[in-house]
Design a protein around this ligand. Structure first.
Ligand code: SAM
Length: 279
């Protein structure tokens, strides 16, 4: 297991953070000049790449709504939750099932600060600053113990987080840990950078690796292996815009509405999986 030092473990306005660059790309205001500089590399030099962030958020929203509406699950652990200001997991889940409880986990202390402000009046939702590579630390955190009942199905969310975990940090082992902690019927959401073996993938990977030393674009086989032992539900592991698109009217939910997806939209995949009943 890697050392637990991480670039987001304190707020440093002189170094870019993944959470703040992502916030900038989504149009948020919780970022510094240093984050905007990296974000602008994507916007300017890799036009269209911002679609990855929007397509990913839209798929996450559809998944959470689906889980809240159809599975009876009322508890969510969102690993690497980020900073977004609108339509976060708790807002979507509690809109459909107000009793839903949500634990947000992020290494970036700014997410903790932002989350506390956002959640002042919400005693069913909390944020903890723990490294996703320390699943035991998350599982045994007092907030997790208070909000999550591990004898009942849980939704475990890995939305755009495992590509920030390098191979030698065992991303599959992290999913396996959570798979073993939760009962059958629990659901998992995974979204992940998908390698397209094209110039866009290589360039985007280079920018992320140079900036953060992480950002791994995995093949379909590598992504599927992260969900080992889980039953992958329809429509499988697909470009995020194609994960159960709907008619909600928002363009990011329309699955492209009949047009060809862009190269970038193929580079973020989404999947929902279920822990099967014991044999
Ligand atoms: N899950 C959100 C979504 O899909 O919109 C945010 C994704 S953002 C690309 C990745 C988030 O993971 C950032 O907020 C970053 O701080 C967080 N992160 C990166 N590495 C992490 C780690 N080792 N432990 C916990 N959080 C981490």
């Amino acid at each position: 297991m890697a050392a637990m030092r991480y670039e987001g473990s304190s707020i440093d306005p002189t170094r870019p953070s993944i959470a703040r660059v992502y916030d900038y790309l989504l149009g948020g205001k919780d970022n510094y000049a240093v984050d905007r500089e990296i974000g602008d590399v994507f916007k300017r030099d890799l036009p269209g790449s911002v679609a990855i962030a929007f397509a990913n958020r839209a798929a996450l929203t559809r998944v959470v709504r689906e889980i809240a509406k159809t599975t009876g699950i009322r508890q969510f652990i969102d690993l690497g939750s980020g900073l977004p200001t609108a339509d976060n997991v708790h807002q979507v889940a509690q809109r459909h099932a107000p009793e839903s409880r949500v634990v947000y986990v992020d290494i970036d202390v700014q997410v903790l600060v932002h989350g506390r402000a956002l959640l002042e009046d919400n005693d069913r939702t909390r944020v903890v600053a723990v490294d996703v590579r320390d699943p035991e630390g998350i599982r045994s955190h007092p907030v997790t113990l208070e909000l999550i009942d591990f004898s009942r199905p849980v939704a475990v969310i890995f939305s755009a987080i495992l590509h920030h975990v390098n191979d030698d940090e065992d991303p599959a082992g992290i999913v396996r840990y959570w798979r073993d902690q939760v009962p059958p019927g629990s659901h998992f959401f995974l979204s992940h950078f998908r390698s397209g073996d094209n110039p866009e993938t290589k360039e985007a990977e280079k920018v992320l690796q140079q900036t953060f030393g992480r950002g791994r674009w995995r093949t379909d086989e590598e992504i599927a292996s992260l969900l080992d032992g889980l039953e992958i539900l329809d429509p499988g592991i697909v470009p995020a815009p194609l994960w159960r698109p709907d008619e909600s009217g928002h363009p990011w939910n329309s699955g492209g509405a009949g047009r060809e997806l862009t190269v970038w939209e193929h580079l973020i995949v989404a999947a929902m999986a279920r822990k099967p009943d014991s044999p």
